[in-house]
Design a protein around this ligand. Structure first.
Ligand code: BG6
Length: 477
């Protein structure tokens, strides 16, 4: 279904995010028939460029990142909608010209794909030069602050010029197909929700493992680390969706109120429930410190921790979280590990078996549910686990080219004015309020992260974090 006619201005329109995600994502929505004929996409940046140069850049980006359905004809028709304008975020230049390009009475979205230090200047100029009207909205990206203090400051400056329902804070994990499916599975089925609590769930594991290092992004990453880069935002969002109470409706504030309650119910994490790691080099790849060019960096490229949501539903159920770079495989999953059946009628020989619901975010987005069955054959009543497997690519129509990218879905939600999959200001602040003390504490102690080998599952202590509790991480593969 096409969205309403819109104008989307991308500040930072020549930047990496625009090239990798925003422009190719818009192209794919165009190919899917979702973009009205007269939609306009306007790249804005400080440098000099004309429309045709920007179109050439956009075409390169689409050919590199646009997926499989890139036909010459589609590219040509898409590029007709693409324009460029030079704008100085900190000065007065270019704003009047940009204003002229925006017809009245249509949805206007301004994507701040720039450093957060420019958010205030952009917001102010959008108002000052009369570009923002009643149908305007702004889109902002992470990092949304560096800590609670800076996140608050960003919120305050944006709120000076825009109302909360005009501010779309992107966490691209919320746009992932499987993440949304998590809500469909939880709240669309009778099967899971009655068991979704401390009485039946032994523990939950959230793993976001990457094989890439931080090379190329070292200067950003070294000031951030895994806790700020992944846990405070993406993993926090996953945890919220797993742990939240059913919202009364699938509506922005109903969902976000429930997520906020989860964040506020998180206990502080004691130091012995937290492990930080940093990858060492091997013959092929440099170490973390070589990647960031600070031989003594104490920033973590891996973090594992045990969290507790202190409420009636989850009292006593640990949430084990781990994320890191240069690990064994690229895999992101949430595993809900159910408790043992209360009594085994099959005796000790049958072994120990548990139901595990695994929600795979990537690769091969899908879900599996391990169920216990009889081992086939005449060998008596021996049990085994077998997965009920639902791979989304198989379940969807055969020409569903690829599962839609998170960005393309989220950008269309901005145009539709649907904030359900965007973070509210208070959520972001509450998440920082939880991570800040952990970071402050290790910084005050001068903690050095533990080294781990490239291709491992993190440092030894991360394994111990679960072993101590008589539990085991799932394999990263
Ligand atoms: C980004 C982080 O937000 O998410 C990166 O800054 C990380 O460090 C990336 O690699 C992971 O996203 P995805 O979609 O590839 O899992």
């Amino acid at each position: 279904i096409p969205v309403d006619p819109f104008d989307l201005v991308i500040f930072g329109g020549t930047g990496d995010l625009a090239r990798r995600k925003i422009l190719p994502g818009l192209f794919r929505r165009f190919v899917a028939g979702q973009m009205p004929d007269d939609a306009q996409i306007i790249g804005a940046a400080r440098g000099d460029m004309d429309d045709s140069e920007y179109r050439a850049m956009t075409e390169d980006a689409i050919r590199e990142f646009g997926g499989r359905k890139v036909s010459d004809d589609a590219v040509a028709r898409f590029l007709e909608r693409v324009h460029f304008t030079t704008v100085d975020a900190m000065g007065d230049e270019g704003w009047a010209k940009l204003a002229e390009k925006l017809p009245p009475g249509r949805v206007r979205a301004f994507y701040f794909s720039v450093a957060p230090s420019l958010f205030g200047a952009l917001a102010e100029r959008l108002r000052h030069f009369g570009l923002a009207d009643a149908a305007s909205r702004i889109v902002v990206e992470k990092p949304f602050g560096h800590d609670l203090h800076s996140a608050r400051a960003l919120n305050r400056v944006l709120e000076e010029y825009f109302a909360e329902d005009e501010i779309y804070r992107i966490d691209h994990y919320l746009g992932k197909e499987t993440v949304q499916n998590l809500m469909a599975v939880r709240f669309g089925n009778m099967l899971f929700e009655p068991l979704w609590n401390a009485q039946y769930v032994d523990h939950i594991q959230i793993t976001v493992a990457e094989t890439v290092g931080v090379g190329g992004r070292g200067s950003y990453y070294d000031k951030s680390g895994a806790m700020r880069d992944m846990v405070q935002n993406h993993i926090m969002q996953l945890l919220c969706l797993i742990a939240m109470e059913p919202p009364a409706r699938f509506e922005p504030d109903a969902v976000r109120d429930e997520k906020l309650k989860v964040i506020r119910a998180l206990d502080p994490v004691p130091a012995h429930h937290l492990v930080r790691g940093q990858y060492s080099g091997n013959g092929t790849h440099p170490s973390y410190c070589d990647d960031v060019e600070d031989p003594r960096s104490r920033t973590e490229s891996f973090v594992a921790l045990r969290a507790h949501v202190s409420n009636w539903r989850w009292a006593g159920t640990p949430f084990y979280i781990r994320t890191g770079k240069r690990l064994r495989a690229r895999t992101s999953e949430i595993a809900v590990v159910f408790k043992d059946a209360p009594h085994s009628i099959f005796g000790a020989d049958a072994g120990r078996h548990r139901n595990v619901l695994v929600i795979r975010l990537q690769p091969n987005e899908g879900m599996t549910l391990d169920v216990t069955i009889k081992e086939p054959g005449p060998g008596g009543m021996r049990l085994m686990d077998a997965p009920l497997d639902l791979t989304f690519a198989d379940a969807m129509s055969p020409d569903a080219d690829e599962v839609p990218d998170a960005y393309e879905r989220l950008i269309m939600d901005v145009i539709r004015g649907n904030q359900t999959l965007f973070m509210r200001g208070d959520e972001v602040e509450a998440a920082w309020a939880w991570t800040d003390p952990l970071i402050d504490e290790w910084e005050a102690r001068g903690d050095v992260p533990q080294p781990y080998d490239i291709g491992a599952a993190g440092p030894e202590d991360a394994l111990m974090l679960m072993h101590r509790d008589g539990r085991k991480w799932r394999e990263i593969r």
